[in-house]
Design a protein around this ligand. Sequence first.
Ligand SMILES: [Zn+2]
Length: 84
Amino acid sequence: MNKILFRLWLLALAVFVVDWLIVGLKLLSGNYDITLGAYIALVCVVILALYPLYRAFLDKCPYCGKPLASSGRYCPHCGRELPK
Ligand SMILES: [Zn+2]
């Protein structure tokens, strides 16, 4: 479930890593104009931080309504099988 969001999160992680590689290379080459890189990194950090929060608070069991921390087949609270 929420595979699109998970892919977005992975994309944000990849962008974040690449962005910092670029920023690092810029700094090493004496270019301190990293404003754009810093903004991109900030956006990525927000996405990276929000996704686990989203998972913790909004991904709920449809039967008992309790938050699901893992994406297992069964709800850890009520034990019912979760729809895909
Ligand atoms: Zn449940």
